[in-house]
Design a protein around this ligand. Sequence first.
Ligand code: GLU
Length: 348
Amino acid sequence: MTIRTRFAPSPTGFLHIGGARTALYNWLYARKNGGKFILRVEDTDAARSTDESVQVILDGLKWLGLDWDEGPGQDGDYGPYYQSQRGDIYDSYLAKLEKAGLVYEDEGAIRFRVPDKEITVHDKVCGDVTVNLHTSGSKRFDEETKKEVEANPDIVIRRPDGSYIFHFVNVVDDLEMKITHVIRGEDHLSNTPKHLALFEAFGVEPPAYAHIPLNLNPSGTKMSKRDQGALIHEYVESGFLGSAVNNYMALLGWSSGDDREVFSPEQLLESFDLAGVNKSNSKFDYTKCLWVNGEHLRALSIPDLKEVAAPFLSLANIDSNDPRVPDALELARERAQLLSEIPQVINP
Ligand code: GLU
């Protein structure tokens, strides 16, 4: 079996460190196991999904060196890789459920009948999670009585306006794209029983699941785009190296089992394993991320450092071909944590 993993971002205009870490784990797992890494754009929210918001994700992944085998700009056998272009596929899968009598109309929406039985997610990180979707007590707020009432447990899979709901398209795509391992944020663990019910309805074996712990900010709440270190494009501008950001992101939720914290790209590939993914949430630590970057800078040869530092030297009007630059870079390499600090070390 060829391992097939995927990163399935919903474009929001940013590549957030949490998403980038998910992409990294999927990429590492595929590359390490001789598999394929697929990039699928979950752009069903037309208002947010502009070309620019997709481009930010593609640029961020390229900068991190997380290349995809199938996806935008990289055709494969299971495209298109934008959900907005897969409407016919979704219609044909809805027809299968209709034929099997597993869906019904409800005020213009289409609902999928959830089975009245226990469903167990065998998660590779979180362990077993068992739930009966039919009786697990979903609630809704009733406007008339102003009280919480039992909600219909059957899942809406298509809205009255004809657009499909996340759970349905996510499952259809994982099935159609022959995804074998779904590695994603723990916030999706509670959705997974619904996804397993859909896989069963289609008569198909589900992929393996691994939900990775959330990445929290230093105050212990979910990291938002306003937190320092949250957005990948800021790392590019601040003078981080992609290899160092990958290294730090890998440590946010995984450990190699020994005390090592600095990994070259090759070492990371060699060491990464789902078994080393932590069960508890991680806390983002910008100081440590800077330290990791400094270590990666020090591992560069002077010609390599010159190449990556060139844009920052040129911003400071330093000609990187000046014959004095290599010696200056030797010194800067010892002292700087960021490429953007190098001009300051050279020309204090
Ligand atoms: N588009 C979903 C998200 O960005 C993907 C979830 C998944 O990986 O299955 O959260």
